[in-house]
Design a protein around this ligand. Structure first.
Ligand code: F6P
Length: 489
């Protein structure tokens, strides 16, 4: 079996040298790399196709081929298209036919053929549709992030549309996504919520039927269990001393259990909800201290000038609640700089029978609670969004209503009092459902099933001419209608 991954944006190299250093080098690259590696371990020949870039800022991306050490049947193949220099993903659209053509030529030259293509993001998706038209090789589409939701989040309306479209090329992106989801063999989503809410967006009407089971496979991404594990690592010797220094600095009774908030400081994550809940419950304060990880500052009570304005505002509000409610000596705020440190910190706090709390107003997937559960933290997470599915309606962790302070208090007490139960159940749940090996196995199962019995529709949307000849205009009637109606509402 040979499976190709189409990921035109970002890039891949042996050492993952630039992961997270550019907005296009983020989570999607980790996803593709991990699924590709696990598939290759299952004996599949894997080709990751991405863009060849000859740019001094990223010298590793200028070679035609690369690989990951120890993965002999996994190739990274860089196809030249769209010039030599790096282009952000929003500017790749006119060149994707050349990407598809380059892939076709690569296979012809080497006299091999993939059995199936997986495509990633709208740009990979449209390239996959073009490639399928040329080769008849079926493809799956994994959106990672859909343009319709981004457009809504950015507050795009009919009056500002042109400016946003110039920057983000929404007209082209929405068209590409419509084609990708419509012409794919199936679409891979992380949660049912993604299928029934995100794909149900009006901008995808006529391209996809969200009730068509054959078109959706729910395959959640995994956590890196090599990093997020409860087995002690060398880093613990050093990092735990660091943690203890912070706790001794800030906390009166360090022997209590802990409530840990570790997400990015962002209004949506609702740190304030958790701090307020803590401040209003004597019972909680009796049992546990509160710890907040904030990236980039050593002491959350002093160094907040280094934070962005938005983060500072939230921390100032937290400080105010702490001071007003006499919580000094019960709360500690400090830096946990990277993934290895985060996992190490979880290992430390698991030994203190601590809970991980995510009271976000809405969490689309919620990788963070899954990572924390993999190490053994007991989970108390928002009921709005992914965690409800991940923790099976509260069977494997406590779900809370982020808008209800009493419910947050009760949830935290429940998690703390039943730490052993939720720690064990949460870990079991993750190891059984959320590892990259499982993600890869589900990809493979679905691909094999499809290849045995390909389901074809009577009719597919035509790929707009723009994608073959970028001098042609892209049709954005659906988008304009949507924005007009939105304005009228
Ligand atoms: O890896 C980067 C990523 O996580 C990708 O999924 C996607 O390219 C991007 O971030 C988010 O996409 P957008 O903001 O364009 O919706």
């Amino acid at each position: 079996m040979r499976i190709a991954f189409l990921n035109p944006q970002g890039n891949f190299d042996k050492n993952s040298s630039y992961l997270t250093e550019h907005p296009d080098f983020g989570g999607q690259l980790i996803y593709v790399r991990e699924v590709a590696m696990e598939l290759s371990k299952l004996g599949v020949n894997v080709d990751i196709f991405t863009r060849k870039i000859d740019d001094n800022d990223w010298p590793e991306f200028k070679y035609d081929f690369d690989n990951y050490d120890g993965y002999d049947n996994l190739n990274i193949i860089r196809i030249p298209f769209g010039g030599e220099k790096f282009l952000r993903k929003e500017l790749l659209w006119p060149f994707l036919k050349d990407f598809a053509q380059g892939i076709k030529s690569y296979y012809e030259k080497n006299n091999i053929k993939p059995d199936f293509i997986t495509t990633h993001y709208g740009d990979g998706g449209i390239a996959g549709a073009i490639f399928e038209k040329m080769s008849k090789i079926p493809f799956s589409f994994t959106a990672h992030s859909l343009g319709a939701q981004k457009l809504d989040k950015l507050g795009v309306n009919i009056d500002n549309f042109e400016d946003f479209d110039n920057e983000y090329n929404f007209s082209i992106r929405i068209n590409a996504e419509r084609i990708a989801m419509n012409r794919s063999a199936f679409n891979i989503v992380s949660t049912n919520l993604e299928r029934f809410e995100q794909y149900a967006h009006q901008l995808y009407n006529g391209a996809i039927d969200i009730n068509d089971d054959s078109k959706f496979k729910v395959i959640p991404p995994g956590v890196n269990i090599n990093i997020f594990s409860n087995i002690s690592k060398e880093i613990d010797n050093k990092f735990w001393i660091e943690i203890e220094k912070n706790l001794i600095r800030d906390i009166k009774d360090t022997n209590k259990q802990y409530i840990v908030l570790s997400s990015r400081v962002d209004e949506k994550k609702n740190h304030i909800g958790a701090v307020k809940a803590y401040s209003q419950s004597k019972e909680l304060q009796e049992i546990a201290n509160l710890v907040i990880f904030v990236r980039g500052i050593k002491n959350g009570f002093e160094d907040i000038d280094k934070l962005s304005e938005k983060e500072r505002k939230i921390l100032l509000e937290i400080k105010e609640i702490i001071e007003k409610n006499n919580l000094i000596g019960k709360v500690s705020i400090f830096d946990v700089p990277g993934q290895e440190e985060l996992a190490s910190a979880y290992r430390y706090f698991v030994r203190k029978k601590s809970i991980f709390v995510l009271p976000a107003f809405y969490e689309p997937f919620g990788l963070a609670p899954i990572e924390a559960a993999a190490v053994g933290m007991a989970i108390v997470a928002t009921k709005n969004g992914g965690p409800t599915e991940a923790f099976d309606n509260g069977n494997y962790g406590v779900l809370i209503d982020p808008f209800d302070t009493n419910n947050i208090i009760d949830g935290m007490i429940e998690g703390l009092k039943n730490f052993d139960k939720y720690s064990k159940l949460g870990k079991e749940r993750v190891l059984k459902n959320y590892t990259w090996e499982i993600t890869a196995k589900r990809y493979l199962e679905n691909i094999e099933k499809y290849l045995k019995n390909p389901i074809k529709k009577d009719k597919y949307l035509e790929i707009p001419e723009y994608f073959f000849d970028s001098s042609k205009k892209i049709d954005n009637i659906i988008l304009i209608e949507y924005l007009k109606n939105k304005n009228a509402r």
